[in-house]
Design a protein around this ligand. Structure first.
Ligand code: ADP
Length: 292
């Protein structure tokens, strides 16, 4: 059961959204998330999706998630749930979203997803980064702006995670030397492209298939970055269907050599995994970095 004060705040929030007293009928726990407690909220006037967590441990987490969802809401891009409200109730922070009913994958799900992601990535900005920091999973993500992707990727992505891992005693001097060698190669690895609006954490747990059989992306770690970060992340575990990549590439061709950049891009989520789940992921990091 969710804390009483939180429930009463959610009840008031839903009343304010609907503009009329709207009874919360039931709350059902939703599984599948990594970090937060999640619930389907059934009310007299329909469903809502609620997540909550410890406000002190994760300051600003839901505020930045709501901002991220709003940033991703673009015409001709993948659907995102509407961020309805967020707030704090005593020591809990919470986020109330539009509820996405799940359906079965439509015939054109993967082609459509590839095309829509390509269109999302065509949204650009003058610099890499964002006007605020956010989270990747439960870890803070720094989005300090840089004029080049190479600088941003090294300083705000790899170095930040390496520092965290060093403080946990997970990274030794040898590995640091290998990373420093890799950093020198980075400018020759990445092509020069304008910043692209990316989801930032696009693994298979962070999209859903809605009732119309279309993709809906959730749980973002948004910033303006190098667009292959999303493509690479989608391949970190099981990978999406091949139609997704073909449709993406047709709509917004990636520079030659994109397949060989995947493992470099994925050093970031792998280091995030090292910091979240421990040294078990270090082997994968080392096998990439020590080649440089
Ligand atoms: P966490 O932040 O803990 O990782 P998620 O945002 O991934 O949690 O949500 C957990 C699960 O809840 C998802 O795997 C998905 O199945 C479901 N879910 C997420 N957002 C919604 C939504 N807006 N409507 C309905 N179900 C959702």
């Amino acid at each position: 059961m969710i804390p009483e004060l939180l429930l009463s705040d959610i009840q008031q929030t839903i009343n304010a959204i609907t503009g009329t007293p709207t009874k919360v009928i039931s709350l059902d726990a939703v599984s599948g998330g990594d970090i937060n407690q999640a619930f389907r909220v059934r009310t007299q006037s329909g469903l809502y999706f609620l997540k909550y967590n410890d406000a002190v441990r994760f300051p600003g987490m839901f505020e930045t998630e709501a901002l991220g969802l709003k940033l991703l809401k673009r015409l001709n891009a993948p659907r995102v749930p509407k961020a309805l409200a967020h707030g704090e109730s005593e020591n809990h922070s919470w986020l109330l979203l539009e509820f996405i009913e799940q359906g079965s994958y439509g015939k054109n799900f993967w082609d459509g997803f590839g095309l829509l992601l390509a269109q999302l990535h065509k949204n650009s900005n003058e610099s890499f980064g964002l006007d605020h920091d956010n989270y990747i999973g439960s870890l803070p993500q720094s989005n300090k702006k840089h004029t080049t992707w190479n600088e941003f990727f090294i300083e705000e992505r790899l170095e930040k995670q390496l520092e965290m891992a060093r403080n946990k005693g997970l990274v030794d001097n040898n590995l640091m030397r290998s990373f420093n060698r890799l950093f020198k190669e980075i400018p020759s690895i990445f092509p020069s492209e304008p910043p692209a609006l990316v989801h930032g954490d696009l693994w298979s747990g962070n999209f859903m298939c809605d009732a119309n059989g279309n993709p809906c992306i959730i749980d973002p770690a948004v910033y303006f970055g190098f667009r292959e970060m999303d493509i690479a992340m989608s391949k970190l575990f099981s990978g999406f269907e091949s139609h997704f990549y073909e449709a993406y590439h047709d709509a917004f061709p990636m520079a030659p050599g994109w397949q060989s950049r995947i493992e470099i891009c994925n050093l970031y989520p792998l280091l995030v995994h090292v910091n979240l789940f421990g040294g078990g992921y270090l082997g994968s990091v080392k096998s990439v970095v020590t080649r440089y």
